[in-house]
Design a protein around this ligand. Structure first.
Ligand code: TYM
Length: 342
């Protein structure tokens, strides 16, 4: 099956499970913005059903969902052009996920590294939702017949599973119904690392706030975190090869490249030979100039809760217009009596 029979459509999602980090911004959100345009229909989601696979305080979940919506818009997602909504308000996601729970195999889920990391040693006490998480993710994508999914590198395995689910469904029922989706994992910042440890991903769940830049950090905090970022004593190399075995240096150069929309080669042409004492202030200035307008716009939008709720409700309506017929066709393929009549 080729993708060409499907409308070029982008889907991606972010969990409203806490503050947005620079990793989310560079690995995902900024690239979502870049994909808006005539080439694709773009659908972006706050995946609140995924967030509750681990405990979320209800008031915090509502706050974080609205803040994430504000973040999307402040970063440049246009809610007229793109469809912007929260997952729970389009019930077809959970309905298709159930079908996929019956297509996917236990063994596939057990191999997921995110499951192993998040469940830890005590798998018996993890939620059933956390185990089934990737089937819901496949449903998020395939309920729109999305063809392209921009994500950071940590989601690659889940997207491979999405392809496996689509292929198995099509084979089991002898149809060419679900597209085999393309992951779009591109650019200098598909894996932004912790500022304290270049071998660990930058993450909102890291206990040290100094390990990450939050999209809500003010200019002084951003500059301080970059100044204190772990580095090595050597000067920057003038070629990419010189960054091998230097994870912290590579991370800061990658961040610089992604923020300035240059390649790593271009950055090293400009910055090669500089010590970190000179490079860090350049990076701090760049980061503040790119992130401050986003964080102030987020703060402004957070003062307009009714407007955010209106945007989310309208987005959910538009999303359902695409999702509802695809769910009914899926039910009809599976043999559910009454399907296709809504
Ligand atoms: P989540 O909420 O953990 O992260 C959202 C997006 O941010 C990217 N990301 C990063 N990229 C680079 N460096 C980092 N340090 C970094 N940290 C996070 C993630 O790769 C992701 O693209 N399962 C998904 C949410 C999801 C989804 C979907 C994504 C649910 N359904 C359907 C795409 C399509 C997740 O937990 O992302």
């Amino acid at each position: 099956m080729t993708e060409t029979q499907f409308t070029p459509r982008v889907f991606s999602g972010i969990q409203p499970s806490g503050g947005l980090t620079l990793g989310n911004y560079l690995g995902a959100m900024k690239r979502f913005v870049d994909m808006q345009g005539p080439e694709f229909e773009t659908i972006y989601c706050m995946v609140d059903l995924h967030a509750i696979t681990v405990w979320q305080d209800p008031a915090a979940l509502s706050h974080n969902t609205r803040e994430l919506c504000a973040g999307y818009i402040a970063a440049g997602i246009d809610p007229e052009q793109s469809i912007l909504f929260n997952q729970s308000q389009v019930p077809e996601h959970a309905q298709l996920a159930w079908i996929f729970n019956c297509v996917a195999r236990m063994g596939w889920m057990q191999r997921m590294t995110q499951w192993k990391d998040k469940a830890g040693k005590n798998t018996q006490n993890a939620s059933l939702g956390l185990f089934a998480y990737p089937a819901l993710m496949a449903a998020d994508i395939l309920i729109y017949h999305a063809t392209h999914v921009p994500v950071g590198e940590d989601q690659k395995q889940h997207l491979e599973l999405t392809r496996d689910i689509a292929i198995k469904f099509n084979n089991d029922f002898g149809v060419d119904f679900f597209p085999v989706t393309e992951p779009v994992i591109e650019g200098a910042a598909t894996r932004v690392m912790s500022l304290r440890d270049g071998s660990k991903k930058m993450s909102k769940s890291d206990p040290s706030d100094m390990s990450r830049i939050n999209m809500t950090d003010d200019a002084d905090t951003i500059a301080r975190k970059i100044r204190k970022a772990k580095t090595d004593p050597d000067a920057l190399p003038s070629e990419v090869k010189g960054l091998e075995e230097r994870p912290e240096a590579r991370n800061l150069v990658n961040i610089y490249a992604a923020l300035s929309e240059q390649t790593v080669d271009q950055v090293l042409t400009e910055a090669g030979g500089k010590q970190f004492g000179a490079f860090k202030p350049m990076l701090a200035e760049l980061a503040v100039s790119k992130l401050s307008p986003i964080s102030s716009e987020m703060a402004r939008l957070m003062g307009e809760e009714a407007e955010i709720d209106r945007i989310l409700a309208r987005g959910a309506e538009r999303a359902r217009e695409i999702a509802a017929p695809i769910l009914q066709q899926t039910y009809a393929i599976v043999g559910m009596v009454g399907a296709g009549k809504s």
